[in-house]
Design a protein around this ligand. Structure first.
Ligand SMILES: Cc1ncc(COP(=O)(O)O)c(C=O)c1O
Length: 453
């Protein structure tokens, strides 16, 4: 079996860092300049997550190609961590945006547009949820949905899975202690209260841990991705999602399925592909082609439960909503993106490419007998430094390796391939080609061979 030599890894990282620094002087200078007026040196603190000590600065992005200000062009498998799953600036979305901006006008009027009805109907077709409401981010859609769930059930708590991620939603920045208690996830920035007051935590793929949490009788809603995607990919084991639904029903909790990333599974995410029956579906990021949007869909039964509380202020300052949410631009962009870019047919091609990507990586791992794994979820795939692939968030967190992440990110970037800076995810968009996948396969094989030579 291929054994990792840490000394060799350190030498290779140093070489790749030097290559990166030499190739990107303008990005390095822009980053230095940003230190004076930007918190963390960048417009949003996560942008320092890139390997190499400084991020590349964007020049242009079209389809699945990104160019930086040093003149390099990359095959983009990061795709804005799913925000650009439709590809960068897809033509139908750009046309709809221009139409709204230049011809229609009226970006923030508090008035609905007819596009919203089209988008709601299309989301209902895809995700089997009849009623939709819009936010500007998936984080906000999750937050508002949790409030509605508490209102409808009259219960205070949320059940989340250890190492889940649903955006910066206070209740979900949690992990489970070995004895089953809730604790703030390491690094949780200034939690408003101890999250054990708001949240029970279970382990993904462990129904017993879900049942013991739900049996306390105070959980309003279980919030989960149908496969974890934010701690590497952790796929559900057979029967887990059905068991989860059954337990929610038995203990009177609602089930919120967050499809923000698992939308990669197909046109209706895993809700459609795996025939799930949630009470709430949340999605965001990609569905408006990069224009800010988030949305939650609810069942008629849940809408009836909510509407049974006329005292709850849904139309003003009751805690659900935002001034720019549901704006005309988001709705126009979503209509074009869902109607003409991320179509049912587009997913067929994207998923076939992710299968080819997965096969290519697996061949390299097999050839060098490397104890890593790769998991595919429709149009996305991700390698993880454990074999077999982890089954829970806690297992997957234990398989993390910052040095290997840095090595692989720099190795691929230095050879024209951009992987997502969070762990090792690759996503296909409608303009990804077989040649792009083959290029990754070739570079990944070289990276493995050099490391395990
Ligand atoms: C599953 C899931 N839900 C919600 C979010 C939050 O999305 P946003 O950052 O656009 O609010 C993310 C972001 O990565 C996510 O992965």
């Amino acid at each position: 079996m291929g054994t990792l030599d840490r000394q060799r890894l350190a030498t290779l990282i140093a070489r790749e860092r030097a290559t990166y620094a030499a190739a990107n002087p303008r990005s390095a200078a822009a980053y230095r300049a940003g230190q004076s007026n930007l918190f963390g040196g960048v417009p949003m603190t996560w942008m320092t997550k890139w390997a190499g000590g400084f991020p590349l600065y964007l020049d242009q992005a079209h389809g699945n190609r990104i160019s930086d200000i040093d003149g390099h062009t990359y095959v983009d498998f990061a795709l804005g961590d799913t925000g650009a799953m439709a590809g960068h600036s897809p033509a139908p979305t750009v046309a709809a945006i221009k139409q709204r901006l230049e011809v229609g006008g009226g970006l923030t009027t508090m008035l609905p547009t007819e596009d919203a009805q089209w988008v709601g109907k299309e989301l209902a077709r895809r995700f089997k949820m009849p009623l939709w409401s819009f936010a500007l981010t998936a984080t906000d859609a999750n937050r508002w949905a949790l409030r509605l769930a508490r209102l409808a059930t009259g219960r205070p708590k949320v059940l989340a899975f250890s190492y889940c991620y649903h955006g910066s939603v206070d209740e979900t920045v949690v992990v489970r202690t070995p004895d089953g208690a809730t604790m703030a996830r390491p690094g949780n920035v200034g939690p408003q209260v101890d999250p054990s007051q708001t949240t029970r935590v279970a382990e993904f793929n462990e129904l017993e841990s879900v049942e013991s949490a739900l049996a306390q009788g105070d959980v309003a809603v279980v919030i989960t991705e149908p496969a974890l995607t934010n701690i590497g990919i952790v796929l559900p084991e057979p029967g887990f999602l059905d068991g989860l639904r059954a337990l929610c029903t038995e203990y009177g909790a609602l089930l919120l399925i967050d499809e923000t990333h698992t939308f990669s599974a197909g046109p209706g995410g895993m809700t459609l592909a795996n025939n799930l029956s949630p009470d709430i579906v949340v999605i965001g990021k990609s569905i408006a082609g990069g224009i800010p949007i988030g949305t939650y869909g609810i069942s008629q039964a849940l809408a009836d439960q909510i509407n049974a509380h006329p005292d709850a202020d849904l139309v003003d300052v009751g805690g659900v909503g935002g001034t720019l949410a549901g704006n005309a631009l988001s709705m126009a962009a979503a209509r074009a993106t869902l109607g003409e870019v991320l179509t049912d047919d587009a997913f067929l091609g994207m998923i076939a490419l992710a299968t080819s990507f997965t096969d290519g990586v697996q061949k390299s791992l097999d050839r060098a007998d490397v104890p890593w794994s790769i998991s595919q979820l429709g149009a996305r795939a991700e390698y993880r430094f454990a074999r077999p692939a982890p089954c829970s968030g806690t297992e997957s967190a234990a398989a993390g390796d910052d040095d290997l992440d840095e090595y692989l990110h720099l190795y691929t970037l230095n050879r024209g391939i951009m992987m997502t800076p969070f762990h090792n995810m690759a996503l296909m968009c409608p303009s990804t080609t077989q040649g792009d996948v083959d290029r990754h396969t070739e570079v990944f094989a070289q990276a493995v061979d050099e490391l395990f030579a």
